[in-house]
Design a binder for this molecule. Structure first.
Ligand code: UDP
Ligand code: MG
Length: 168
């Protein structure tokens, strides 16, 4: 099996509960390399794109509130890319099953997740589930210059009237 990249998001409940260090320690058991990492303020647009395939599910509105931090008064998440042999499976294994009650108790979701009274699985982490999802998600959350490995083809674009904030 060749090297794979996978996206991990420590969701707002993970940050709110100060679990970041703990989760990173657990993921370091995989011996995979972190090739990108940042704290992100998740807006509605990013949340909708990330979960676009779930937009018809009954829990979708609650899921968007969750990932944008509205359930926790915490609009930060930590986004990471792990890279190496069998990365997707290794990270999913440590994350645990989607439903925290069914997740292995020693997994991150089994240890720290819970089910809300609304039925939403508040499960602390996101992990890509297959190579095409990983590619889509990594391209959504990271630009090529934020990653230390050339994962996908790039092009050079000259952006003229592109507005962005810079330091005064
Ligand atoms: N989710 C939920 N109820 C469900 C299925 C999913 O609340 O029945 C939430 C949960 O937070 C999950 C996210 O929606 O992590 C994305 O769902 P997916 O099926 O992609 O599960 P994952 O890949 O995160 O294990
Ligand atoms: Mg998924």
């Amino acid at each position: 099996m060749t090297n794979q990249a996978t996206l991990v998001i420590i969701k707002p409940d993970g940050l709110k509960k100060s679990l970041t260090g703990n989760i990173l320690s657990r993921l370091s058991e995989t011996k995979l390399k972190i090739i990108g990492a940042k704290i992100v303020k998740v807006n509605e647009h990013l949340a909708q794109q990330h979960y676009q395939h779930l937009r018809d599910k009954p829990f979708y509105p609650e899921l968007i509130k969750y990932i944008t931090g509205k359930l926790h008064g915490e609009n930060r998440v930590m986004a990471l890319i792990y890279f190496g042999k069998d990365a997707i499976t290794k990270v999913r294994q440590i994350s645990g099953a989607t439903n925290p009650e069914e997740a292995d108790p020693v997994s991150v979701r089994g240890a720290y997740g819970r089910i809300l009274t609304t039925g939403l699985y508040e499960n602390v982490v996101h992990a890509s589930s297959d190579p095409s999802e990983a590619q889509r998600e990594i391209k959504l959350w990271f630009g090529p210059e934020e990653i230390t490995v050339d994962l996908y083809p790039v092009k050079v674009a000259t952006l003229r009237s592109f507005k962005r904030k810079v330091w005064k």
